[in-house]
Design a protein around this ligand. Structure first.
Ligand SMILES: *Cc1c(COP(=O)(O)O)cnc(C)c1O
Length: 476
């Protein structure tokens, strides 16, 4: 490789992009797994969603904007609900089993419209702060279908949860157990709780590490969970439903759940015997994977649910205990694929990488303020030119933002049409989860709106922030 000065993100792959990145046969093609249900190209070649062209959306709502395919979002909610009901039984149980409760993980993206979609699908909703709880309540979400998570719930958050009657509280520390026990005694209520347990499994994508992974802030160790459960069962103030674990994110393989299920159920069966009681639920958390790039091949909810049923059933046979009701908390697998971010190109800059290799930096009108994940986790995304078709040969591009950081990259490596130019629209799929919810005002850039599209209608569900919104906080 010829010598060149290293920038913050100089090309570790040379000019060809990473190994997995394939030059498409046609640069205008859409890879189906990356796009929501109703996305296609119309007769003019522009991307359309819910029957509306991105050119019309950009004209009406401006860019950047998060465009949610409501049909797709609702279909994914329903698919998780149906898959888990088929494998474990509906909430409350039926012929298929003792029951399942699917919580949409609100932290991935929550606003009042989304809370209503979740409500209408019959799913439950998990929130992890007073702020997320406030959104759910403002949407009229039934409190008994809410679960409250979080590793540092304040006294006020716990008190509010009890006052409004949230359905379940997932306890994360002994401090919190004492705090909730005192509050419940004072209010004369018996809230349903689970204990967040560190099962010693960490799952990422296709790998999982089954060494004790204790050194993190969430949950109680296996031993501490047993002690905490004994205290709760002895005191009799809280209604302990079972143990809960969340083993990772962007998981494509259910083998990581085998160890988690075994360790949780061993404890649950021991406690049930010791206290002559039943712990009727098992919390398996979320983290089910989605496709951000052509590398990712997520399992369908039906397949996931069936594999989890096999795992839970096998462990129950070994322990000779009845099948528990199972809770899961998908966030990204529901919200993520439903949304793309629509940007407008501002500048295109060809950068010579040496050896005749050129990388085109395509700068768009957003960046790390609307999608922090590439900077935070080195996350990969994909992009397509959305406003028109191109017959130009493909070039290796990098979609950059407008912030004052070299790491402000939206899509690190993607083939784009060679004639991409200022004014063109670029769409980045898979941005429904952890993009708007993690958005910031870095560089005083106002946060983009969320526009929901369905059946040839588009409406703003979260409006664009304005400079005046930001200035209104600055009281001088
Ligand atoms: C983050 C989180 C989830 C959701 O994770 P996804 O990757 O969005 O599915 C579910 N449960 C808990 C406890 C979490 O912390």
């Amino acid at each position: 490789m010829s010598a060149h000065e290293a920038g913050a993100l100089h090309g570790e792959y040379g000019g060809h992009g990473p190994e997995w990145l394939r030059l498409p046969a046609d640069i205008n093609d859409l890879l189906p797994q990356l796009w929501s249900q109703t996305v296609s190209r119309d007769a003019t070649g522009a991307l359309t969603v819910g029957g509306i062209s991105v050119n019309a959306l950009a004209e009406e709502f401006g860019t950047p904007a998060y465009i949610v395919d409501e049909t797709d979002f609702r279909a994914r909610l329903n698919a998780f609900r149906d898959a888990f009901a088929a494998s474990f039984g509906k909430t409350g149980g039926d012929d298929n089993g003792p029951g399942s409760q699917v919580y949409y993980a609100g932290k991935s993206f929550l606003c009042k419209a989304v809370a209503r979609w979740v409500e209408e699908s019959g799913l439950s909703l998990d929130v992890c702060t007073g702020g997320e709880l406030a959104v759910a309540l403002a949407a009229g979400f039934p409190p008994h279908r809410l679960a409250l998570h979080g590793n540092n719930k304040s006294y006020d958050e716990l008190a509010q949860a009890l006052q409004v009657g949230v359905g379940k509280i997932v306890l994360d520390s002994t401090t919190e157990i004492a705090r909730l026990t005192a509050l419940a005694t004072e209010l004369g209520v018996k809230p349903a709780v689970m204990i967040r347990t560190k099962v010693g499994v960490e799952a990422h994508t296709h790998e999982y590490i089954a060494t004790a992974h204790e050194d993190q802030k969430f949950g109680l160790s296996l031993d501490a969970s047993v002690k905490a459960a004994r205290r709760i069962l002895t005191a009799g103030v809280l209604d302990l439903r079972g143990l809960h674990s969340h083993i990772g994110s962007q998981i494509f393989d259910t083998t990581g759940f085998e160890v988690a299920v075994r360790r949780l159920l061993e404890i649950q069966s021991g406690l049930a015997e010791e206290f002559a009681t039943t712990l009727p639920e098992l919390g398996l958390g979320g983290g089910f994977g989605m496709a951000y790039t052509s590398q990712d091949d997520p399992k369908a909810p039906t397949e996931l649910a069936a594999e989890l049923r096999d795992i839970v059933e096998r462990e129950c046979k070994v322990l000779e205990i009845p099948l528990p009701a199972v809770t899961v908390e998908p966030g990204r697998a529901i919200a993520g694929p439903s949304t793309f971010t629509l940007y407008q190109v501002g500048t295109v800059k060809a950068v010579d990488l040496g050896s005749g290799q050129v990388r085109s930096y395509v700068s768009v009108d957003g960046g790390m303020s609307d999608n922090l994940r590439p900077a935070l986790y080195n996350a990969s995304y994909s992009a397509t030119m959305a406003s028109r078709l191109s017959g130009a040969p493909a070039i290796l591009g990098r979609v950059a933002g407008k912030h004052c950081e070299a790491g402000d990259i939206v899509v690190k490596d993607e083939f784009l049409p060679g004639d991409i130019a200022p004014g063109d629209l670029v769409a980045v799929p898979g941005t429904g989860a952890y993009c708007r919810s993690m958005a910031s005002n870095y560089n005083h850039v106002p946060r983009p709106p969320v526009v929901a599209v369905a059946n040839e209608e588009a409406r703003v569900i979260v409006r664009r922030e304005t400079v005046d919104d930001m200035l209104s906080l600055d009281v001088g």
